[in-house]
Design a protein around this ligand. Structure first.
Ligand code: ATP
Ligand code: MG
Length: 583
């Protein structure tokens, strides 16, 4: 046992975890059993909206709070499952009356308002495909995605419409309707008032026969490594949402759950909308943006018990020198999970020390539709590791051979491509309009993720880096994550981004960009100290040879460090697609 590992003792849990014996559950699990947890539709078939909302509205959970919405300025709204059933039925009727037929794409561009969440479920009820866009996108990325995604309806607000849609409207010839969430009257035949349509709609809607394989969600990837891809998901993905809600988020009926992601990113739909409701759990939606005090207050005041967030948020909390558990009552909190990019071991341990709960890392992608690998509430955490594959998920480290075949690497601690065996329900069914790119992701029965990792003796997976970001220096392969995590162990370092800079002598040179915690000054002395610190910890071959201070590292709007931009800027090359770059 490594001294840094965080061990769990089952007796310490006030709520008994859903999964206690990992090996047994992993062996026993079968996706076929999952179907029992669901109603299905009266005609057979499967529709996420029915399983997430109507199933509970028709049960003893009818009057339970499904959605607790916290407005930016302190307003609160609650919606029970019964109310959600009616409101989402109304929106499904709105779409039906407008003649929007099965499979057509409805885009949303909205702040995190209750109507956005109602609409998502209504869209699924009417068998349309939901495509959520992040409301802070500018006109160009919106146009790009709406054109590629064949948008027929857009749901947005008046302000966003004026600012971002008007300039591109002429180019959206397929777009039939724009529904404005915040106007009382229709503007013209195409631009309509959401509330007016809702007032006129019936609150009873029968979901028509939906096949488990029917398309449900179109999600664009984060654009960290290049042009965002349109990822197609189907209703059956809900089986993965159920499984992961049970084992990873450990959802229990009395939980108050908060996922901080915006539905513009896949975490915000899979885990900010669908999963809590599939489990009949109260879901918190906060309209506001990150703010440490606001967030701690939400955790305290709403008695959040399960919290799903991201490394970027954790690192921002870590920058503040405070004692959160002394300043806030966080006693309801029992589980913290994180996803989106590597979670540095420092962050896991910071949680353990400052929040009195370790942070559990988990790994997945827009393409996998749901969590694949995770540290689990009842299992030992190995800080820096993503955890182990979930029941029903077979993950492997593979090597791609020159003849186009792949070989699974059976030795432990050997790096290779992180791949997942196909056959789990939420695996994407296409990259929209990019069949060739999609086909390239599969070899035999493996889906190749594009990330590099290794597996230790006990089956824990360790992230090395994205295949695109791997640095080849003096014949070594260096994963940026390892270098970044080591630099973060230094008290002055808030964040680090590491790239390979082309070098005639050694192929690529490891270069680090570092942002400092408040109270530290960027100067040559600190630079030397950090380079020395890296050498001591990592060895000369792997440690950064160059280091530059940068106040803010370039990140996607979902908070991922964009190493490709650090590299392009360093080399004076074109920046490529920057549609998801944070302002
Ligand atoms: P694009 O595919 O457009 O470049 P993206 O890969 O960032 O963007 P997402 O699907 O949102 O788009 O992110 C999935 C990726 O995020 C993973 O492939 C991985 O590189 C990274 N990631 C997610 N969770 C983790 C984690 N726990 N540890 C390390 N990396 C993670
Ligand atoms: Mg990706």
């Amino acid at each position: 046992m490594n001294e840094k590992w965080i061990e769990k003792n089952i007796d310490d849990f006030a709520v008994e975890p859903n999964l206690i014996d990992y090996d047994k559950e992993y062996q026993r699990f079968s996706w076929d059993d999952m179907a029992c947890g669901f109603d299905g539709l009266p005609s057979g078939g499967l529709n996420i909206a029915h399983e997430a909302i109507d199933r509970h509205a028709n049960s003893e959970l009818a009057d339970k709070t499904a959605l607790l919405w916290l407005g930016q300025d302190g307003e609160r709204k609650t919606y029970t499952f019964a109310k959600m059933k009616k409101e989402t039925a109304k929106f499904a009727n709105v779409l039906k009356k407008l003649g929007i037929s099965k499979g057509e794409r409805v885009f949303t561009l909205s702040p995190r308002l209750p109507e956005l969440y109602i609409s998502v479920i209504g869209i699924l009820k009417n068998q349309n495909v939901i495509c959520p866009l992040f409301s802070q996108f500018g006109p160009e990325p919106i146009l790009q995605r709406m054109q590629r995604g064949d948008a027929t309806v857009l749901l947005t607000t008046k302000k966003l419409f004026k600012k971002k849609i008007s300039p591109i409207l002429d180019e959206l010839s397929e777009l039939r309707y724009i529904l404005l969430l915040d106007v009382d009257e229709h503007e013209n035949e195409k631009v309509l008032s959401f509330s007016r349509l809702m007032d006129e709609a019936s609150d009873i809607f029968e979901i028509l026969h939906t096949e488990a394989e029917d398309m449900s969600i179109l999600h664009f990837t984060s654009g960290t490594t290049g042009m965002p891809k349109g990822v197609v998901h189907v209703h059956k993905a809900v089986y993965t949402h159920y499984m992961t809600g049970k084992y990873v988020l450990d959802l229990h009926p009395n939980d108050i759950y908060w996922c901080t992601a915006d539905p513009g990113w896949v975490t915000g739909t899979s885990y900010g909308i669908i999963t809590p409701w599939i489990h009949g759990v109260t879901n918190i939606v906060d309209e506001g943006e990150f703010d440490a005090v606001r967030w701690y207050k939400i955790l305290q005041d709403e008695k959040v018990s399960v919290w799903y967030t991201a490394p970027t948020a954790v690192r921002r909390l870590m920058r503040i020198d405070n004692e959160p558990t002394k300043e806030y009552d966080l006693s309801s909190l029992r589980l913290i999970q994180s996803v989106g990019e590597p979670l540095n071991p420092e962050a896991v341990i910071w949680g353990e020390e400052k929040l009195k709960l370790p942070i559990h890392d988990n790994w997945w992608q827009t393409e996998t539709g749901g969590i694949m690998i995770s540290n689990l509430i009842s299992q030992t955490i190995r800080p820096g590791s993503m955890g182990r594959p979930l029941p029903g998920i077979e993950a492997g480290i593979i090597r791609q051979n020159e003849d186009g075949t792949v070989t699974e690497i059976s030795e432990s601690n050997k790096e290779g491509d992180l791949a997942i065996k196909v056959g789990f329900p939420s695996l994407f069914r296409a990259y929209l309009h990019a069949q060739e790119k999609y086909d390239k992701c599969f070899v035999g029965d493996w889906y190749i993720s594009g990330d590099l990792a290794y597996k230790d003796e006990d089956g824990y997976f360790w992230f090395v880096g994205r295949a695109d970001d791997i640095i080849k220096t003096s014949g070594h392969m260096v994963g940026p994550f390892e270098v970044e995590s080591t630099l973060m162990e230094h008290p002055a370092v808030a964040e680090a981004g590491v790239i390979g800079k082309p070098d005639e002598m050694i192929g690529q040179l490891v270069k680090a960009f570092v942002s400092l915690k408040s109270g530290y000054e960027a100067n040559d002395e600190l630079k030397r100290e950090l380079i020395g610190f890296g050498r001591k910890k990592l060895g000369v071959a792997v440690a950064p040879k160059e280091l530059a201070f940068q106040e803010n590292l370039p990140k996607t709007r979902s908070g991922k460090i964009m190493r490709r931009l650090l590299k392009a800027r360093e080399m004076g090359l074109p920046e490529g697609d920057t549609s998801t770059l944070e302002d």
